[in-house]
Design a protein around this ligand. Structure first.
Ligand code: SF4
Length: 308
C-alpha cells in the first residue's frame, strides 16, 4: 500500500505543539520506563505527546503491546496472540499514576480476542488498583469491543466503577468494514448503549455513568457521514464525542484520504453541541484522550467549555 500523495503535504494547522514543560516530559519518560508500562501515546505515535507529556499527562495502555486485530489505520503491532499478562501491571500502573499526580487517569488497551474474557478481569483489576492508590482521581476507560463476550465483560469492567466509559466507533457506517476488518458499527453502538443500561440496572445508587466515543476523520468518509455518526452516537445516549484528523502511520497503512479543513471541525463542534453532546472536542490534533480531563468536566457541567 503506498503513501497517500497528500500525506506529506501537511497543512499549516497540523503544526504540533512543543512540550510545555521539558522537565515534566523527562519525568514522565522515567516513570513509564521504570514501571515497565506502555502508553498509547508512544504505541500509536500520537502527535500530541510533546504537549501532553509536557503537561504531565499520558494515556496508559494495558494488556500488552500486541493487538489481535489489524485495523488498517492503526500503528499498534498486530499478531494472532498477544503477550502473557503481567499480573503486577495494575499495581505498577496505579503507582505510576500516583507518582504523576494525575487527577484524571485514562487507560486503554489493545484488543485481546485470544483471551476468553477479552481481558475484562485485568481491566477490572486495573480500575480497582487505581481507585485504591489514587482515591481522589477519576478513571476513564477506553475499552475494546470484547467481541464474543460483550455482556459478561461489560459487567466485569463496570463493577469496578470507572467514571467514564469510552469505546471509539472510529469511523462512519460505510467506511467501517473497509478499515476495520473485525470491527462492527452497530456492535460499537450497542456496547455504548448497553454500558449505561447495565450501570443503571445493577448499580442504581451510583449515579450516572459518562459514556464517550471518538471518530477519526480523513479515512474516506464525508463530513455529512461524520455528522450522521454523531447523531447515531447521541441516539445511543453517548455524552462525549471527540473528532480528530487521521495521520497515515507508514506506507503500509490505509492511505490518507484528505486533510479535513478547519471549517469542517467548526461544523462538527456546532452540530455536536446542537445534537446535545455534553462535550464535543473536534480539531485536527484532537484524540480521544486529548485533554480528557477537560472533556469530562465539560460534560458534567463543571466547566463551560463544551467544544475545543
Ligand atoms: S492525546 Fe492522548 S494519546 Fe496523544 S499524547 Fe495526549 S494523552 Fe497521549
Amino acid at each position: 500500500m503506498p503513501w497517500s500523495p497528500i500525506a506529506k503535504e501537511r497543512p499549516p494547522w497540523m503544526t504540533v505543539r512543543a512540550p510545555s514543560q521539558r522537565s515534566r516530559f523527562g519525568e514522565l519518560v522515567e516513570i513509564v520506563r521504570e514501571g515497565g508500562l506502555h502508553t498509547v501515546c508512544e504505541e500509536a505515535r500520537c502527535p500530541n505527546i510533546g504537549e501532553c507529556w509536557g503537561r504531565g499527562t499520558a494515556t496508559f495502555q494495558i494488556l500488552g503491546e500486541t493487538c489481535t486485530r489489524a485495523c488498517r489505520y492503526c500503528a499498534v503491532t498486530s499478531r494472532k496472540r498477544g503477550e502473557e499478562l503481567d499480573p503486577l501491571e495494575p499495581a505498577k500502573l496505579a503507582a505510576a499514576a500516583e507518582r504523576m499526580g494525575l487527577e484524571h487517569v485514562v487507560v486503554t488497551s489493545v484488543d485481546r480476542d485470544d483471551l476468553a474474557d477479552g481481558g475484562a478481569a485485568h481491566w477490572a483489576q486495573t480500575i480497582r488498583a487505581l481507585k485504591r492508590r489514587c482515591p481522589g482521581a477519576t478513571v476513564e476507560v477506553l475499552v475494546p469491543d470484547f467481541l464474543g463476550c460483550e455482556e459478561a465483560a461489560l459487567v466485569t469492567v463496570l463493577e469496578a466503577a470507572p467514571d467514564v466509559f469510552n469505546h471509539n466507533i472510529e469511523t462512519c457506517r460505510r467506511v467501517q468494514p473497509i478499515v476495520r476488518v473485525k470491527g462492527d458499527y452497530d456492535r460499537a453502538l450497542r456496547l455504548l448503549a448497553r454500558a449505561r443500561q447495565v450501570w443503571v440496572e445493577r448499580w442504581p445508587e451510583r449515579g450516572s455513568l459518562l459514556t464517550k466515543s471518538g471518530i477519526v476523520a480523513g479515512m474516506g468518509e464525508t463530513d455529512d457521514e461524520i455528522v450522521e455518526t454523531m447523531r447515531d452516537l447521541r441516539a445511543h445516549d453517548v455524552d462525549v464525542v471527540t473528532i480528530g484528523q487521521y495521520l497515515q502511520p507508514t506506507a503500509k497503512h490505509l492511505p490518507l484520504d484528505r486533510w479535513v479543513p478547519l471549517e469542517s471541525f467548526r461544523r462538527f463542534r456546532a452540530e455536536g453541541a446542537a445534537i446535545g453532546f455534553g462535550s464535543v472536542f473536534a480539531g485536527p490534533l484532537v484524540r480521544s484522550s486529548y485533554r480528557a480531563s477537560e472533556q469530562r468536566l465539560a460534560a458534567t457541567g463543571e466547566s463551560r467549555v463544551i467544544a475545543y
